[in-house]
Design a protein around this ligand. Structure first.
Ligand SMILES: NC(=O)C1=CN([C@@H]2O[C@H](COP(=O)(O)OP(=O)(O)OC[C@H]3O[C@@H](n4cnc5c(N)ncnc54)[C@H](O)[C@@H]3O)[C@@H](O)[C@H]2O)C=CC1
Ligand SMILES: O=C(CO)COP(=O)(O)O
Length: 330
């Protein structure tokens, strides 16, 4: 049986390890925090990032990246901004890397698959993305994801039996860029939906924002080579619906607090968990400008995170000239 491990013991890495161990197989997880390695191995809990879960005894934690490098396949679940440095610190890389982080590298504007390909050129790259709250996956609730395989059907044949479980259902795609853009952009849109909720603007406004935000995701994705059908699936629209309607989303909750008048600086400096949309928004604004693509909702989130006042940002969005619903203009 092929060996599989998880790189990163935040909420999502821990939930994925629990899901993988649910058929009784041994799963290794890499944690950055030594105290978490001890806790997972002795108490079978992760009180820092996933306190609700009682973890399988088949999960063992390590802080040694060399141990992870020796496995056949790795699910990479670090925050997007740290994926490059963690992969670079490994002495070698497994045959398959499955990227589960949702974001774009801020300094370089690179998608995660580009980061991984440059750092681990001999590994085959896949992307796992979709509507997946960690606590639900850890509890064994039914979940479906896009598993986009850069190595095509051959990689899918290797990975799908390793990853699928009765309540965890991957769907095949070969559109790696589409799967990544869906997950990265929806985080920014979830912040926007939270702002609408925090300001008490109502459910009509939220539905409008989801639909117009999806149009932004499509425009941007297609410019970078993503397929529209991928973005209409689990990793795009599916994840947008989930995270734009629930305070279980850290991005949505961040937006809600912004809408309620809390300062962006305080909200960002106080947090230990990651709200990826806050890191993606600035780089997404830059990339969209470079492509000449209008992304007014993403730009509004960027302005809010810089400290602009929520009411005036919303007024700015509503005051834009009327236009056709379909087309390139935002
Ligand atoms: N939590 C969820 O429900 C889901 C999360 N994701 C994605 O998974 C990725 C990881 O998110 P979570 O597991 O939720 O994180 P988390 O917010 O639960 O935990 C933060 C993680 O960041 C790590 N970290 C902090 N500083 C670091 C550094 N300098 N180098 C390396 N790692 C560092 C911590 O060790 C910890 O593992 C994100 O890209 C997120 O968008 C995707 C799907 C679901
Ligand atoms: O990506 C997620 C669910 O699919 C988790 O969303 P948050 O990072 O906003 O909590």
């Amino acid at each position: 049986m092929s060996s599989v491990g998880v790189l990163g013991a935040g909420a999502w890495g821990t939930a994925l390890a629990q899901m993988l161990a649910s058929d009784g197989r041994a799963v290794k997880i890499w944690a950055r925090e030594e105290e978490l390695v001890d806790e997972i191995n002795s108490a079978h809990t992760n009180s820092i990032y996933l306190p609700s879960a009682s973890l399988s005894g088949r999960i063992t934690a390590t802080s040694d990246l060399a141990e992870m490098a020796a496995l056949d396949a790795l699910l990479v679940v670090t925050p997007a901004q740290h994926m490059g440095s963690v992969l670079a610190a490994m002495p070698s890389h497994p045959a398959d890397l499955v990227l589960c982080s949702k974001g774009i590298e801020a300094g370089s504007g690179r998608l995660m698959n580009h980061v991984a390909k440059e750092t681990a050129p001999d590994s085959a790259i896949a992307v796992l993305s979709g509507p997946t709250f960690a606590h639900e996956v850890a509890a064994g609730l039914p979940t479906a994801v896009t598993l986009a395989c850069g190595g095509g059907a051959e990689q899918w044949d290797r990975l799908s039996p390793l990853i699928a479980r009765p309540a965890f259902r991957p769907y095949y795609s070969d559109d790696v860029v589409g799967a990544e853009i869906g997950g990265a952009v929806k985080n920014v849109l979830a912040i926007a939906c939270g702002v609408v909720d925090g300001l008490g603007l109502g459910q009509n406004a939220r539905a409008a924002l989801i639909a117009r935000g999806y149009a932004e995701m499509l425009r941007f994705g297609e410019a970078l080579g993503a397929r529209a059908e991928t973005l209409a699936g689990l990793c795009g629209l599916g994840d947008l619906v989930l995270t734009c309607s629930s305070t279980s989303s850290r991005n949505f909750s961040l937006g809600k607090a912004l809408g309620e008048g809390e300062s962006a600086d305080t909200l960002m400096s106080d947090r230990r968990t990651v709200a990826e949309g806050a890191h993606t928004a600035p780089v997404l604004v830059k990339l969209a400008a470079r492509q000449g693509i209008a992304m007014p909702i993403v730009t509004a989130v960027y302005d809010l995170l810089k400290g602009d006042e929520p009411k005036s940002v919303v007024e700015g969005i509503l005051a834009r000239p009327l236009k056709a619903e379909q087309g390139e203009a935002g």
